[in-house]
Structure formats: structure tokens, C-alpha cells
Write a protein that binds this ligand. Structure first.
Ligand code: T5A
Length: 224
């Protein structure tokens, strides 16, 4: 978690979503810098995790040896999310910070719901219990073919460390994750915007900068 302290006004909640290796962490760094140029303090956080208890639950969820079924994962993700929302996200928004979150409730819809075959109604019921009214103002879905995203994630991890419990899932699972995100974007076009993540890092950053400038009436950086 990292935080900047300049700026003021009402906080906004922006989540980054998508399959493995889409570049969420990379793009959050670019957006935080752009927001700072506009005088907005931002808090960067992630799921699973974000709060001290959430980070402990993260350890359980990503352990490749834990062999958790999708229902157990669902409950743990929602418990971790509830703590994260209560302990960190709501206080930051109330204090005027912009919160940039690497994954949030849509990950559960896509991974445990669409890919893990858990009933969508149950997923949504637990989502409401976990987040209440704390719904993102904007969700940026970084769309990338799973083969490309997994290759990026593998390269970053290197050959000597093991894939986590989700990276190790088969390609069919990751295709269902992508389909899940496409369905979310189609169902909630006001909140969710798909961005093509299969392009050079700077091009993705430009697309997100323009999108946020337009959505939140921010000043674009001067052309270099
Ligand atoms: N999960 C999570 C669920 O199943 N349900 C849930 O409810 C939640 C919240 C979390 C796992 O948990 C699952 C989903 C995940 O499998 P994680 O370790 O937090 O796992 O990892 P991810 O969120 O999947 O994120 P990644 O670390 O895989 O990737 P990012 O953040 O999307 O990508 P990033 O920025 O780290 O970039 C990856 C690599 O690609 C390069 C970067 O330099 C880096 O090496 N890169 C690019 N290369 C080429 N072109 C570009 N445009 C690039 N952008 C970045």
C-alpha cells in the first residue's frame, strides 16, 4: 500500500481489473502520478490484501498448496474485502483521498463466479454484504488475451519461483475469467471501461489518462 498526501476535495474510488499480467500495478503507478499532477492525493492498495488482516488472508488464498475449492475462496475473498473496505478504503475516501485499488469485487465475479462456476446470485449477495455502498466510481478493465498475460506474469516471476494458486490454473479457466470480465463490462457500461492492454505500456497509460481526464474533469499533461 502506498499513499500521497497533497490535494483535497472529495475522494474517488477507482478499481483496476482484468486477467493475469494485464499491467494493473504498472498502470496504477502511472495514474497515481497523473492524479498528483492534478493535485489529488491517492492511496494505492490491492486485493486480496490492503489491510493487515486482509494481507494475512491473502497468504492463505494464494498458497498453491492450500488447494482451496472455489466456495472457500469466495468466502475468504469476501471476508478480506470487508475488512479492507472498513479499515482502509472508507476512511481514505472520507478523508478526501482517491483510492486506486488493484482488483476488487469484479475479480470475485470473474474468478470465483464465471471461472469457478459459483452461482452469480450468491456471489452478488456476498459482494453486497462485503462492500455495502462502497461501489467504485470507475472500474478500468485491462483486457488481454490470457496467453499473453500469463506469459508476462511468468516472465516477471522468473523460472525459479512457483506460480500462485490462480496463475497455475489451466488456460480454459483463464478464458472463462476473460469472458466474465467482458460480461461485467457489458452489464455495467457506466461504471466499467475496457482498455486494450495488449499494446505498449505508454499507449495503455495514455488511454487511461484520457479516460480519467474526461470522466473526472482533470487537466491533461502538456504534450512533450
Ligand atoms: N483473485 C483476486 C480472485 O480469484 N478473486 C478475487 O476476488 C481477487 C481479489 C491475485 C490473484 O487472486 C485472484 C486473481 C489473481 O490470480 P496477484 O499476485 O495480486 O494475484 O496478481 P494479479 O492481480 O493477477 O496481478 P499480476 O501481478 O499478475 O499482474 P498485473 O498487476 O496486472 O501486471 P503488472 O503491472 O505487475 O505487470 C506484469 C508484468 O508485465 C509487464 C510488467 O513490467 C510486469 O513485468 N508489463 C508489460 N509488458 C508489456 N507491455 C505492457 N503494456 C506491460 N505492462 C506491464
Amino acid at each position: 500500500m502506498s499513499s500521497t498526501t497533497a490535494g483535497g476535495g472529495r475522494g474517488r474510488f477507482i478499481t483496476f481489473e482484468g486477467g493475469e499480467g494485464g499491467g494493473k500495478s504498472t498502470q496504477i503507478r502511472h495514474l497515481a502520478a497523473f492524479l498528483m499532477q492534478n493535485g489529488h492525493a491517492s492511496l494505492t492498495t490491492r486485493e486480496p490484501g490492503g489491510s493487515p488482516t486482509g494481507e494475512k488472508i491473502r497468504g492463505l488464498l494464494l498458497d498453491p498448496d492450500a488447494n482451496l475449492d472455489a466456495m472457500t475462496q469466495l468466502m475468504l475473498f469476501c471476508a478480506a474485502r470487508r475488512d479492507h473496505v472498513v479499515q482502509l478504503i472508507r476512511p481514505a475516501l472520507a478523508g478526501g483521498q482517491w483510492v486506486l485499488c488493484d482488483r476488487f469485487a469484479d475479480s470475485t465475479r470473474a474468478y470465483q463466479g464465471a471461472a469457478g462456476h459459483i452461482d452469480a446470485g450468491l456471489v452478488r449477495t456476498l459482494e453486497r454484504a462485503a462492500i455495502g455502498e462502497t461501489v467504485p466510481d470507475l472500474t478500468i478493465i485491462l483486457d488481454i488475451p490470457p496467453e499473453t498475460g500469463l506469459a508476462r506474469a511468468n516472465r516477471r516471476r522468473g523460472e525459479n519461483s512457483a506460480a500462485d494458486a490462480f496463475e497455475a490454473s489451466d488456460l480454459a479457466f483463464h478464458r472463462r475469467v476473460r469472458d466474465g470480465y467482458l460480461a461485467i463490462a457489458a452489464a455495467e457500461p457506466d461504471r466499467c471501461v475496457m482498455v486494450d492492454a495488449n499494446q505498449e505500456e505508454g499507449a495503455v497509460a495514455d488511454a487511461i489518462t484520457k479516460l480519467c481526464a474526461h470522466r473526472f474533469s482533470l487537466r491533461m499533461p502538456p504534450r512533450s
